[in-house]
Write a protein that binds this ligand. Structure first.
Ligand SMILES: CC(=O)/C=C/C=C(C)/C=C/C1=C(C)CCCC1(C)C
Ligand SMILES: CC(/C=C/C=O)=C\C=C\C=O
Ligand SMILES: [Fe+2]
Length: 542
């Protein structure tokens, strides 16, 4: 049986909540995995194989949704084209690299065990590496031949009352939840490099050269208890890290900062949630020069799921549009909430940028048309088998306008015609020099339909309301990362780097001129790489 014929768990492409039968199937996920485990494993690599993608039966050898079985590799990379000589430094990208362990195959792309990829550029040449992160979750799964801790869509089912109580204690103590840091990687102002996920215990230090796991980042403050969850996208500058911690016990959000060189987070302020029994999912947030913008989405933590160790309609979340959607604005220097407005329902993983303009705050995000169906789009068997189907839900650049004059409502509009990017957009980046300021360009993954996943790179011009697209037939590019040319003054003077998995099973880092969005070069890995989430740039020292 090939990946293309793996039976689908939940085939309905667009639904607000999963049907009862789909939920039953997810709840009995372990049994499903046992039944179809060998089929799913057909897309995985055996240790002795290279990490190149396996033919899925559709003629494609795409490696995006295939585990890498080699724990590590490093070596020289072949360069095609000519890389700018000023491009000197290291691009790191984190993501889920391993979705199969023992007989168990994960269900969702967000479940995979973290793997970091490195591409180092120097004088027009490049070296590369990948390495599996040795989290406790990964080591326990390796030791037991199955996942032991709770991941995004995987919830070890308690066999009896004793185990149920154990899981509850494990939730409160954090012992039962994952530390698998598979979402982002960033360099702190003091030079330390951290991989992270949404569980606070997942923050993990790595060596940016060897990619070795150095150990857990231990926060020395006393912010613990039910603050076991954090945004996966802290905002990091040379001087500090700013982030938001959902309060699962008393619905609200704590905005905290940690100075470079310190392990101690300090509270800036707190906003109470206005709707729902629990906080909304806060994967990312936005800042302006003076404010922190805290979104409150109707996709909210499910207390039943957390307390009973069960899967909710959206894994650990419920979609509760009647609970309302809100945007809160906190002053960075005083911690006071200066605006809290109700907005139309929205669904966003990623905020692009925000800025202050004439009595209001503008906040842009990759918005999935107020529909959480995108979460189901990212289920692995759908990514593997629906490649020629047009099942990627529509998305747009959502632009919030938040008045600062005390008005109770904010607006949500579409910043440019979504046809400019074929109604697909996510995994956005900007020039970091424009963070919190009025800006013109955003880079993201977009769509060329039919597709089941974003398959283009796009440069969005928010002034002209146009997008430039890069596309290669059958390829899946990951987050386009902007690196400014040293000394640049124009917002788009630099390059955009994206790691691409191509249809023939190959993998390469693509380098585009950010101004023209034309290819300058590609740096080939000797094997295909799985899809990755977010990256960072570490400039060379000299
Ligand atoms: C976008 C993405 O990759 C999200 C990952 C989210 C994860 C791993 C969430 C983990 C969890 C919590 C934040 C709360 C407690 C349960 C658990 C599902 C482990
Ligand atoms: C890959 C993704 C969404 C794609 C939608 O079009 C979201 C990833 C979120 C984690 O960082
Ligand atoms: Fe993200």
């Amino acid at each position: 049986m090939t990946a293309a014929s793996v039976p689908t768990l939940c085939a309905a492409p667009r639904s607000f909540a999963l049907s009862r039968s789909c939920r039953r199937q997810i709840e009995s996920g372990n049994a499903m995995t046992r039944r179809f485990g060998s089929a799913v494993r057909a897309t995985s690599l055996q240790p002795e194989e290279s990490a190149k993608g396996v033919d899925s039966g559709s003629g494609s050898k795409l490696s995006s949704w295939t585990s890498v079985r080699q724990e590590r590799w490093d070596g020289e990379l072949a360069v095609e084209g000519s890389l700018p000589l000023w491009l000197s430094g290291t691009y790191l990208r984190n993501g889920p690299g391993l979705w199969d362990v023992g007989d168990h195959t994960f269900h969702h792309v967000f479940d995979g065990y973290a793997m970091v990829v490195r591409v180092s550029f120097r004088r027009g040449r490049a070296t590369g590496a990948h390495r599996q992160i040795k989290s406790e979750a990964y080591k326990a799964a390796r030791a037991h031949g199955r996942p032991i801790l709770r991941e995004f869509s995987h919830c070890p089912t308690p066999a009896n009352l004793l185990e149920r109580v154990g899981n509850l204690v494990g939730l409160v103590s954090g012992a039962a939840i994952t530390d698998n840091p598979n979402i982002g990687v960033l360099q702190l102002g003091d030079g330390r490099v951290m991989c992270l996920t949404e569980t606070t215990k997942g923050s993990t230090l790595i060596d940016p050269e060897s990619l070795e796991t150095m150990g857990r980042f231990s926060y020395t403050d006393r912010i613990g208890g039910m603050y076991m969850v954090q945004s996966a996208h802290p905002i990091v500058t040379e001087s500090e890290l700013l982030t938001v911690l959902p309060d699962l016990a008393r619905p609200g959000h704590l905005v905290v900062k940690m100075e470079a060189g310190s392990n101690e987070r300090k509270v800036i302020g707190r906003v109470d949630c206005r709707g729902g029994p629990t906080p909304g999912w806060l994967h990312s947030f936005a800042v302006t020069e003076n404010y922190v913008v805290v979104p409150e989405m109707p996709l909210r933590y499910s207390s039943t799921s957390l307390l009973k160790s069960e899967l909710a309609p959206f894994y650990v979340f419920d979609w509760l549009p009647v609970s309302g959607s809100y945007m809160h604005v906190m002053c960075k220097s005083t911690g006071k909430t200066v605006a809290s407005v109700e907005v139309p329902p929205f669904m966003a993983f990623h905020f692009i940028n925000a800025y202050e303009e004439e009595g209001e705050i503008i906040v842009d995000c990759c918005e999935h048309n107020g529909d959480p169906a995108i979460i189901e789009t990212l289920v692995l068997h759908r990514l593997r088998s629906f490649r020629d189907k047009d099942v990627l839900p529509n998305a747009r650049v959502g632009r919030f306008r938040i008045p600062l004059d005390g008005s109770p409502y904010g607006e949500l509009e579409t910043a440019l015609d979504p046809e400019e990017h074929s109604r697909g957009i996510d995994m956005c980046r900007i020039n970091p020099a424009r963070l919190g300021k009025k800006y013109r360009y955003a880079y993201a993954c977009g769509a060329r339909r039919p597709c089941n996943f974003p398959n283009t790179l796009i440069k969005i011009d928010l002034v002209e309301k146009k997008a430039k697209n890069w596309h290669e037939e059958g390829a899946v590019p990951s987050e386009p990362f902007f690196v400014a040319r040293p000394g640049a003054t124009d917002e788009d003077d630099g390059v955009v780097i994206s790691i691409v998995s191509s249809d023939d099973g190959e993998g390469y880092a693509l380098v585009l001129d950010a101004a023209t969005f034309e290819e300058i070069g590609r740096v080939r890995f000797p094997y295909g790489l799985p899809y990755g989430m977010h990256g960072c740039w570490i400039p060379a020292k000299n």
